[in-house]
Ligand binder design. Sequence first.
Ligand code: B3K
Ligand code: ZN
Length: 879
Amino acid sequence: MRTNQPQTICLSDYKVPAYLVDQVDLRFELFEDGARVHSVLSVRRNPESSAGDEPLYLHGDSLVLESVALNGTPLAAGDFDDLGDALVVSSVPEAFELQVVTWIEPQNNTRLEGLYKSSGMFCTQCEAEGFRCITFYPDRPDVMARFRTRIEADRDAYPVLLSNGNPVAKGDLEGGRHYVTWEDPFPKPAYLFALVAGDLVEKKDTFTTCSGRSIDLRMYVEPRNAQKCDFALDALKRSMRWDEDVYGREYDLDIFMIVAVDDFNMGAMENKGLNIFNSSCVLASQETATDAAFQRIEAIVAHEYFHNWSGNRVTCRDWFQLSLKEGFTVFRDAQFSADMGSPTVKRIEDATLLRTAQFAEDAGPMAHPVRPASYMEISNFYTLTIYEKGAEVVRMIHNLLGESLFRQGSDLYFQRHDGQAVTTDDFVRAMEDASGRDLSQFRLWYEQAGTPALTVTDEFDEERCVYRLTVSQSVPDTPGQTGKKPQHIPFAVGLLGRDGQPLPLLFSAGSDDAPVDRVLELTEREHCFEFHGVSERPVPSLLRGFSAPVRVHYPWTREQLLFLMSHDPDGFNRWDAGQRLAVDVIQSLIVAPEAEVEPRLVDAYRSLLRNTGLDQALVAKMLQLPSEAYLIELSEQADVAAIHRAREAVLSHLATHLRDELLACYHRNSAQGDYQLTPESVARRSLRNTALGWLLHIGDQQGLVLAQEQLRSADNMTDRLGALRALVNSDFVEERTQALEGFYQAFREDPQVVELWFSVQAASVRAGQLPQITQLLEHEAFDWKNPNKVRSVIGAFASQNLAAFHNPDGSGYAFLATQVCRLDDSNPQIASRLVTPLTRWRKFAPEYRVLMKSALERVRDKDRLSGDVYEVVHKSLAD
Ligand code: B3K
Ligand code: ZN
C-alpha cells in the first residue's frame, strides 16, 4: 500500500520501451498458503529505443522475490536492485533470458488485482497494471510477447486449469497434483494475461466461422450456476456472427472461454481467449434475471468479444490511449445492441447515461479529455468519458463518413495495425486515409475536455420564405484547460410544418436537392444556416438522434415541445421533447412549490398511456420522468430536497389524475404468453411495472392488490422485482416489509438476486434511510469483500437514493466517508469509485456543499490513503 503522494504520469513523457520481450514462459505452483511463480523472459534491446545501455527495469507490486538469474546464472545481490515496486538489473547483454521466481499470496489479495481467490477458485485481473502483482515484468501495453503458461495445482480441489490460447499439454504430478500447459500464439501485452483454477463445471457449444472453422465455445461456472449459462453462450454466438457480418472480423483461436467469478472489481475482462466475467454480468435465467440484466449481459458479452479485434489484435500503445479500445468497442457494442433490439430505445438509454453521468463528470473536478494528458492512478481513468464519450466520438466519425467509408476506415485500421500497440491518432488517420476527409479539427474531441454547449436562435423571414438558424458553440473551461477552440460537431436537424409534416431543407432558393434531414457541420464559433422555400414558421427538431455529445439551448415553448412529442419523426427527439417538457414543469415547481402542475403535461401523458399505435418500447421510455440525478446535473446550485419534492409532486399529480389510464395500461399489458425478450415484450413489462409503480406511489389500494398478486404469481424476475420495487417505494409499510422478507427467503441462495434485493432497498427513499442502510450492512448476506454487495448497498444509496444521501444534516455524507475509509484499506479501486458522489460538492447549494466538503476532507486526512483515493480526493478539493 502506498503511503506517500503518488506520481503524476504524463503523455508528453512517453518513450518507447528500452527492452522488448519476445517470449514469456510461466509456471505457476498454486497452493493454499500462496503461489510460486517461475517466469522466464526472452528479452532483447529495442532497436527503436535511443536509451543506450539503460538498465532493465521491471515493474513489481507486493511480490516476494525468491531468485533471479540471467542466462541461467543466479544474480548476486549487487547485480540487481529490488526496489519494492521494481526490479532493476543494471548490466544486461543485447539479448538474454531472465529467470525470476516470486512468491505471492492470492488468498490474502483483497484488492482483486493480479492473482486472487474468489469463492475458492484462483483467478486473475491484470488490466491495467495487475500483472506486476504476479511477477516482475515490463508491465506496459506496448511490450507484446508470446505467452506459454503451465499451471500446477491439487487435482481434486482444482480440476479445471485455464489460461490464454490453446491447451498443449497436461498430466499428473506427485502428491495428487496435476498440470495443464497453455500456449497463446498471438503476441499480447501482459494486461491480457489470465489464469483460472477451480472446481468448475463446463458448458460447451460450438461456432462455425465465416471461413468454415469450428470454434469450441466453453463456459466455466460454479456447479450451482450450471443452469444460468445458455443466454450468455447464445449472446456470444450472436456477437461472433455480427462481428463477421458488420466488421468482417473472424475469431482467431480454436477455443473461446468465458469464466464467471463472484468477486470482481468491474463488469468483465477481455483476456485473450479467456474472458473473465463478474457473475452478475454473465449468469442469467428467467427466474433470476431482469430484462435489464439480460440486455446488459448481451451487451457485455458482445463488448468483451469485440475486444478480440478492437483491443487485443490491435492494442493501446500506452494507457493515455485507453479510449482507442474502449470508445471504439463501446460504439461497436452499441451498434450490436441496436441491431438486436430497438435502436431508438438503445440510443435513448445511451444518451441518458451520457447526459446524466458523463456530462456531470465532464463538468466536475476529474474532468479529462477522451485522451487524457496525465494521470496518477490509471484505474481512476476507466471513466464514462473514456468509454461513453469515447464511443460518441467514434459515432460522430461514423456519422460524418457514412456507413461504407467508415467500414473502409475500420478495415484499413485493423489491417494496418494488426499486432501493434497504437494511438487514437492512428485510428483517426486510418479513417482519414480511407475516406479522404480531413479530421484535423475533429481531433480536438480527443484533446479538449468539457461538454460543448450549443446556443441556437432562429428567425423567420416570411416575405423571403427564409428560415435562419444561428448556432454558436462554446467549450467550457475544465481543470487545467482554458480558452478552448471550437470543435467539429455534426448537428442533425429537421424542420416541421404546422401540420406536423417534415419540410424540405433547401440551402438555396430553387435548388432541387431537398432532404428532410440534414447533418449540419459546425466548425466555427458561430454558424448561420439559411433554409429557403419555407412558407411558414417551422418548429425545429435539433440534434436528432443525439448526433453529438453536446448540450443544446434553444428557447423552446411548451407548445413546441408538446408538438414535437407527438409529431417528430425522429423517435429520439420525440422522447427528448417529452423530457424537456417534464424538466421544465418540475423546475417551475422547484421555484414555486404551490404552483399548479401544467395541465398539458397530464394530457400528454394521458395520450401516451392510451396510444397503442406508437412503438410501445418508445412509449415505455417516454413515460419515465427525468431522474433526480439528471435534474441535479441541470441545476446550477442543486437544492436536492427541493428537486426531490418537486419531482415527487409531479409524479403524484400525474398518477392521481391518470389513475384509470394506469389501471387500463396495467391490464392491457398483463396478457402474458411465454416469457420472451423481444423489444415488444420488454416494453410490455416495462409499461406494466411503471403503471404499478405510479399507482403504489399514491397509495392506491387496487394497485396494492395487483402488486401483491404479481409478486406471488410472476414467472420471471422482471415482474417479480417490478412488484417488489413498487411495494418498497410505497407507504404500505407492513406490506413492503412482508414482501421483502418473503423475497429474501425465496432467493437467499442466489447472490445475484440478493444483490437486487439490497439495491432496491438502498435506492429507495422510503425503505433506505440511513438506519436501514446500516442494518443492511449488518445483514448476513452482506460481504465487505464482495464488490457487488458493496455497490448494491453503499453505491445504490449514494448514487440513486439522493434525497436520503443528501440529508441536510450531513449524515449521508459522513456515512459514505466512513465506508470509503474502511474500503480503502482492503480494495482501493472500489473505494475510489465509491467516493465519486462527494467529489461533486461544488454542484450543490451552499448548505450541502459545506458538509460534503468536510466529509471529503475527512477522507483526505485518513492514514495510509491509497494512491487511487488520493488522486480523486485531492483533485476534487483543489482550488
Ligand atoms: N477492459 C476491462 C476493464 C478493465 C478495468 C481495469 N481497472 C473491461 C472492458 O472494458 O471491457
Ligand atoms: Zn472494454
